[in-house]
Write a protein that binds this ligand. Structure first.
Ligand SMILES: [Ca+2]
Ligand SMILES: [Ca+2]
Length: 308
């Protein structure tokens, strides 16, 4: 257990199943950032497939969520195709690796949907109950055109078995806005049933072929995934041992993180209820609502990589 005590009298800065399948290794430090500088192959844990034929097959997110439940990870085995076309061109060949953008892209045409899959294996020595997944996510279209989709972007699911009817929606990754965007997405996932050492875990991204194709001014969107990262978030405990002290503790003895503390107003920070516990992601910024008289001023802390 790591504990950091903050003495608030110095308020501004204190204290500091098929185990042989190729997969992305998940260790105590997570997957490492997947930057896609080279073609991500099935032996690297990345694969794809297409389903159906013809655009407009699915008109609602719930229709896509239903078809997800028919999928089996064992069927999603094909290697991504390489392209260097920017912005992403439409294709019936499924999701691609863009060597110019150095990311994974989807922009289906002539199929019902594109499917991208990441296969992870828990190479740690203990069960994992909570994950934090993050990546950069963009919607791109040719200049002079607008993206119009029945279901914008991806619907994203995970499964610990890869079997049909096992896919669990990740809402934070699945409700893209209409039109172009550049987002940093993240989600905290409580893994139903846990993720055991040696076991696989799958993420799938489904991009349906919407009502429009590649004729201006309304087109199928091109969507990109980059800097994909999955980690175990830290479970942070916040207590008030006495009037002048706040104590933060977390459970990872190898954690290369420290708490940084300051007073600052920033409406974009995430508010937590305190005292209490919270799962945090590295480099995140969090707002603690203080309840003790000496701590009524809005205060903020940041979990930062050590040495950053
Ligand atoms: Ca990249
Ligand atoms: Ca689409």
């Amino acid at each position: 257990m790591i504990a950091i005590r903050l003495f608030v009298s110095a308020l501004l800065f204190v204290g500091g199943h098929s185990f042989s399948r190729a997969a992305i290794a998940f260790t105590a430090s997570g997957t490492g950032i997947q930057t896609f500088d080279a073609l991500p192959t099935p032996s690297n844990g990345w694969s794809k497939m297409t389903i159906g034929s013809g655009n407009g097959t699915y008109t609602t997110s719930s229709a896509i969520d239903l078809v997800a439940q028919t999928m089996a990870a064992s069927d999603i085995t094909n290697e991504l195709i390489t392209t260097s076309v920017v912005p992403p061109s439409v294709s019936a060949q499924g999701p691609k690796w863009n060597s110019a953008l150095r990311c994974i892209q989807s922009r289906p045409a002539g199929v019902a949907a594109d499917v991208v899959m990441a296969t992870l294996r828990n190479d740690g020595d203990h069960d994992v109950g909570v994950l934090a997944v993050s990546y950069r996510y963009a919607a791109i279209v040719s200049s002079g055109s607008t993206i119009v989709e029945s279901v914008p972007g991806h619907r994203v699911f995970y499964s610990t078995t890869g079997q049909p009817s096992s896919w669990i929606l990740v809402p934070e990754l699945s409700n893209a806005p209409q039109g172009t965007f550049t987002n940093a997405l993240s989600a905290r996932i409580e893994i139903f049933g846990g993720w055991y050492p040696g076991a696989l875990l799958y993420f799938i991204w489904i991009d349906d072929d919407g009502p429009f194709g590649d004729s201006p001014p309304t087109r199928e969107g091109g969507y990109t995934i980059d800097d994909f990262l999955v980690i175990s978030p830290l479970k942070l405990n916040i207590t008030f041992p006495d009037q002048d002290t706040i104590e933060f503790t977390w459970d990872d003895p190898h954690s290369p993180f420290c708490i940084q503390w300051k007073q600052e107003i920033d409406a974009t920070w995430v508010e937590l209820v305190c005292p209490g516990t919270a799962y945090l992601q590295p480099d995140g910024k969090y707002h603690v609502s203080m309840s003790k008289a000496a701590l009524r001023t809005p205060c903020f802390f940041r979990l930062a990589r050590k040495g950053a």
